[in-house]
Unconditional design. Structure first.
Length: 400
């Protein structure tokens, strides 16, 4: 079977051959490639850009910064010589820079605050390459409710683990993680049934004394009827029963001081993903802006965003798929990569104060976040950790 990367590169090569006049990569060509179902199927160029591609014969020198900011690529991309590259655009340097978890988290790691001794459970796809250097030597125990071969491998699993406990890009590189396999997509009934079995397994661990404090899920814990309708899937008779079972298991798990942190809770707690362009100073929070997929011309959207607390997602690296040591530079933002970052910061808090509850952690984030010149609130991990060290439940934390 052909690897997906080979299929994609073949399609991209055909598109460039047919539309890159005189082997020039122009601003207009980039715009055309980004239109879904135009030169490439769906939105594949937005997701993969020049990943895995040999574009060394092409001339990129005419691209302006606006369009360079739209490019996705990875360590396997073969670029042209310097004279055919835009001035100041250095892919190797961009990837190295993008491996930083940012927001001062590396300084916390240098101080020994790495999540060591904390236990996080994750629910996501079976990693495509558990041998990648980001997660190979991390303290991850893979958990499979059914036989492992019944789950298909997907890069989503690699990326959420890397953002949580990756050696370089992870927020909590020394936390202990139980990673439960859950297919990305597929029949909703099967997903909900698998979730029930996962929660039962975690509950048993808690009953046996394991101190799992957070379950990170980069998606909804329960796929409800609304989701089924949106995805065009078939409804199933036991959906209400499964919902009640998941709610019951959730309550039992929470009695052990363990929080389930899924996409719904991520939003309701006031967190969101922020964006940083490759050419901007990563240490200056004034450069952090709304997620790239939000409507910048919608005042209501911007006002809503200014009420959220942002981590940096777009403008960073994740493991390169089909590689043991390469990286993919992500221009886009998503909940999926941001949720494990948020869970990872909670793990750092638990290392310095094991009694911090998740609700207290959220309150600390609210009271310590910085506001940049554009009015966006940015999570400040250094301040969060300092507050967590000395936090007392009776203290009232006011929002900034």
């Amino acid at each position: 079977m052909k690897k997906y990367s080979d299929i994609y590169v073949s399609q991209l090569n055909d598109a460039l051959k047919n539309h890159a006049s005189d082997y020039k990569i122009t601003n207009q060509l980039i715009d055309d490639l980004l239109i879904p179902d135009n030169f490439l199927n769906r939105d594949m160029f937005q997701r993969w850009g020049f990943c895995w591609s040999d574009v060394s014969d092409y001339d990129f020198s005419e691209l302006d910064v606006e369009h360079l900011r739209k490019l996705t690529f990875n360590s396997s991309t073969k670029w042209p010589e310097k004279d055919k590259m835009p001035k100041g655009f250095d892919p190797e340097k961009i990837i190295e820079n993008g491996k930083d978890p940012m927001l001062g988290i590396r300084e916390l790691h240098k101080a020994g605050i790495t999540g060591k001794g904390t236990i996080v459970a994750t629910i996501d796809s079976k990693p495509q390459n558990p041998e990648h250097i980001e997660i190979k030597d991390s303290s991850i125990t893979y958990q499979s409710i059914e036989k492992p071969e019944k789950y298909y491998s997907h890069f989503h699993g690699d990326c959420i683990l890397a953002n949580l406990c990756g050696k370089t890009v992870g927020v909590a590189p020394e936390c202990n993680a139980y990673h439960y396999y859950q297919d990305c997509g597929g029949e909703v009934k099967k997903l909900n049934k698998n979730t029930i079995k996962i929660l039962e397994n975690i509950l048993k661990k808690l009953e046996n004394g394991e101190q799992i404090k957070i379950i990170s899920r980069s998606g909804p814990l329960f796929y409800d009827q609304d989701y089924i309708d949106r995805m065009g899937d078939k409804a199933y008779k036991e959906i209400d029963k499964d919902k009640n079972t998941i709610e019951m298991l959730t309550k039992k798990i929470e009695q052990y001081g363990c929080v389930i942190f899924d996409a719904n809770k991520f939003g309701s707690c006031g967190f969101h993903c922020g964006h940083l362009f490759y050419d901007e100073d990563k240490y200056d929070i004034d450069n952090i802006r709304m997620a790239s997929w939000l409507d910048k011309n919608n005042p209501a959207q911007e006002a809503w965003e200014k009420c959220r607390m942002h981590f940096i997602c777009g403008g960073k690296c994740v493991p390169e798929y089909y590689s043991d040591n390469g990286y993919k530079f992500e221009q886009d933002d998503c909940y999926s990569w941001t949720i494990p970052q948020c869970a990872g910061l909670y793990a750092l808090c638990l290392q310095v104060n094991p009694n911090i509850t998740f609700d207290e952690y959220v309150d600390i984030c609210k009271s310590t976040c910085d506001t940049n010149k554009n009015g966006f609130k940015i999570v400040n991990p250094g301040k969060v950790i300092e507050s967590a060290k000395n936090y007392k439940p009776e203290e009232q934390l006011g929002e900034k």
